[in-house]
Every structure is written in structure tokens, then in C-alpha cells.
Write a protein that binds this ligand. Structure first.
Ligand SMILES: [Zn+2]
Length: 384
């Protein structure tokens, strides 16, 4: 574990907002940047990201309907306002499974990527035909100066040990007036959901930016800002998405002072954290009740949200008899040791309780199965 100074204003003057295990989330009192302090070391972070991306079946990753492809399409539609994609040379830092780069390559751009996970690099080469994706973390790359028209970082900056250094490196690599395209979670707009909470309390997000703190950091790194605003992503798990279009500006004069967003950030995060703690308590009470009554419980939704749910609340003493998912690719496999059934099968297990564990589809699923309540089964929604 290591302690660091503020990445934006270099102060060592912070307030602890929250503590979970050995990690502590703090806000800088001089500028409002939120960061983990202490945190795991750079070396541990590198090891973690070599294998962090979840495995998905190739057929899912190749379908135009998956969340990655939809998100990439939305981003390209947005970027069109700022670039015509004519002979454009683009680098994506943390390109994941390569959907964004692949679509741009199809439109005639020259595309490059950097990605720490070797599994996704091999997918981008073998299945998407991307020849210029390097398996590395940013710090391992020798920056080429004035090379790219666009550099993109989507939900990457908040994971880095030193975002300021990364932005300076991106500045070097961009041509003058070149575009920096950033998506990050907005720390002041986190909805009260398990996914957002999970992002906060694991050690993956080392920083939390507000619209003010990301702007200040970019200006310090000699970028001018073309656009900054909230743009929910096509996938419903990132409603807090904050988007920035900035440009390398050789003429910009950096300020000596940094605007302070501390009060706003502190107040917003306190509300978020207390809301999440209320939710955790309610769910823990439910789990206790199921245990007392010896009820048979089904979890509806066998994905990332459910993995998070099991970290959030202790269900170990409940009688969970299985999971259900609408996605046929999951039927017959298991999650957290629980068998995954199809929506047609699970009723034969005679559950007493069905808990819907989904972000975004909660109401849709509820409306489909609420008639089961007439036969005495209790159907639980987490968020409403
Ligand atoms: Zn600071």
C-alpha cells in the first residue's frame, strides 16, 4: 500500500470520505479531486490489468448488438462533429476488445491501440483484423511526438496511477490542434446503484473526477476544452458518464491556481454513500428474513450486477436454489456456484422468493413475472 499527493494540485491535505477494508477514499481540500489514499502500488496495478477483462464468447463480441458495439457507434457519431475521418490517425489507450477502432478502420481511418489485457489484444488481431494494437500499459510505451490526430481514453483515466502524466504523454503524441476524446464516470452524478458503488469501493478506480476537476487537470496539461458534458452511454450501466473533447494547444498559458470543487464533491459523495448504506441495510434485512423463514430463493439476472450484489450483501446463510437469465448463452452454466436456468425452467424449482438483480431491466423483468405474486411467490425489486 502506498500514499500519494493530489494528482491535480500536488497538495497533501485531504478529507477521508469513506473507508472499506484497507482502502480509503479521500477528497483533496484544495481542489476537490477524489482519490484512493492509500492504494495498491503501481506494480500490483499492472499485474491486475494484464488479466482483468471478463471473458465473453466470441459470438457475443462479434454481434452488432452487444454493449461494446453499441457504445462504439454512439461515440463515433459524437466524434463526427469534430473530425471528418479523412486520413485520420487515431490511437485508443485501453482499447479493450477493439470495437471503437474496428468501426473507425472500416471508415478508412488508420487505427492504433494500447491494451494491457493479452486476451483482448489477441481477439482484436484474430477476429477484428486490427494489426496495430500493442499489448502494454501506457507507461511502457515510448511516446512518438506529434503523431496522432485523435487520442481516445474511455473509462481509463480514473484507473491510472498518474492521470496527469498520462495526459502530458497524450499531449506529446498528438499533432497540434489534435483531439483528445475522454469518457469518465462523473463522481458527482453517481446514481444509487450497486454497479456505481462497486466501482467506488474496489481498488480499480484510483480517481474520481467532477466536471470541474477534469477541466482543471486538462488545462494544467495544456489542453483547451471544446466540449464537456454528461452523455449517458448506450449501455445503461454508465448513466454517470462525463464526456470531454479537448485539443492540444501549444499556445495555452497554464494558470498558477486551481479552482476548488471540494465542497460540491464532498456533499454529493456523502449523500451517495449514505444512500448506498441504506440500500445495503434493507437488502441485508431481507436476506435475514429469508433465512429465518427457510425460504427458497431464485436470483433473476446472472451477470455483472449479480456478482456485485454478492459482494455487497452476505447471502451465505440463505437458501439460494439457482439463478435465471434471459440470455440463452448462459443457460446451463453457473455463476458463483449457482446453476443458471432459462425463464421457462425455473418455476419448476418451486421458489418462495424471486429477487430481480439487474440494472436497467428491473421493471421490464418485473412486469413479465409479477403474475407469479398471485400464487404466493414474492417478487423483489432492488431499486424501486
Ligand atoms: Zn488537490
Amino acid at each position: 500500500m502506498q500514499y500519494v499527493n493530489c494528482n491535480l494540485c500536488q497538495a497533501n491535505d485531504y478529507q477521508q470520505l469513506w473507508r472499506e477494508n484497507e482502502f480509503s477514499l479521500v477528497a483533496c481540500k484544495k481542489c476537490g479531486l477524489v482519490y484512493l489514499n492509500p492504494r495498491i502500488s503501481q506494480q500490483e496495478t499492472r499485474l491486475f490489468y494484464k488479466g482483468y477483462l471478463p471473458r465473453y464468447p466470441d459470438e457475443y463480441l462479434l454481434s452488432a448488438e452487444n454493449a461494446f458495439a453499441k457504445t462504439a457507434q454512439e461515440r463515433i457519431g459524437f466524434l463526427q462533429q469534430y473530425n471528418n475521418f479523412c486520413k485520420t490517425k487515431i490511437l485508443e489507450i485501453g482499447c479493450g476488445y477493439g470495437h471503437f477502432l474496428h468501426l473507425l478502420q472500416e471508415r478508412g481511418c488508420e487505427v492504433y491501440g494500447i491494451e494491457p489485457s493479452s486476451e483482448s489484444v489477441s481477439f482484436t488481431a484474430k477476429r477484428l483484423g486490427l494489426r496495430n494494437v500493442t499489448n502494454a500499459v501506457l507507461e511502457e510505451i515510448q511516446p512518438v511526438k506529434d503523431e496522432y490526430d485523435i487520442i481516445a481514453l474511455f473509462h481509463v483515466l480514473e484507473h491510472l496511477q498518474d492521470p496527469a502524466a498520462a495526459l502530458r504523454q497524450a499531449w506529446e503524441m498528438l499533432k497540434d490542434k489534435g483531439i483528445l476524446f475522454i469518457d469518465i464516470p462523473d463522481i458527482c452524478r453517481l446514481p444509487i446503484t450497486l454497479i456505481e458503488y462497486f466501482e467506488l469501493y474496489t481498488n480499480q478506480h484510483l480517481y474520481g473526477f467532477s466536471a470541474i476537476t477534469i477541466r482543471e487537470l486538462l488545462v494544467q496539461c495544456k489542453f483547451s476544452i471544446d466540449y464537456i458534458g454528461n452523455r449517458p452511454l448506450a449501455v445503461n450501466s454508465f448513466t454517470s458518464n462525463l464526456r470531454v473533447i479537448a485539443r492540444k494547444d501549444k499556445k495555452i498559458i497554464t494558470k498558477d491556481t486551481v479552482s476548488n470543487d471540494f465542497e460540491n464533491v464532498e456533499q454529493t459523495l456523502k449523500l451517495f454513500i449514505s444512500g448506498m448504506e441504506d440500500l445495503r441495510l434493507q437488502l441485508q434485512l431481507k436476506a435475514e428474513e429469508w433465512k429465518q423463514k427457510g425460504q427458497r430463493v431464485i436470483i433473476y439476472g446472472a451477470g455483472f450486477h449479480t456478482l456485485t450484489l454478492f459482494e455487497f450483501v452476505d447471502f451465505s446463510s440463505c437458501n439460494i436454489i439457482g439463478m435465471v437469465d434471459d440470455d440463452a448463452l448462459k443457460w446451463g452454466s453457473s455463476l458463483n456456484g449457482y446453476h443458471i436456468y432459462s425463464p421457462d425452467q425455473f418455476i419448476q424449482l418451486h421458489p418462495d422468493v424471486i429477487m430481480i438483480s439487474s440494472l436497467g431491466s428491473e421493471d421490464k423483468i418485473y412486469n413479465r413475472i409479477k403474475t407469479l405474486e398471485r400464487s404466493g411467490i414474492s417478487v423483489i425489486k432492488i431499486y424501486s
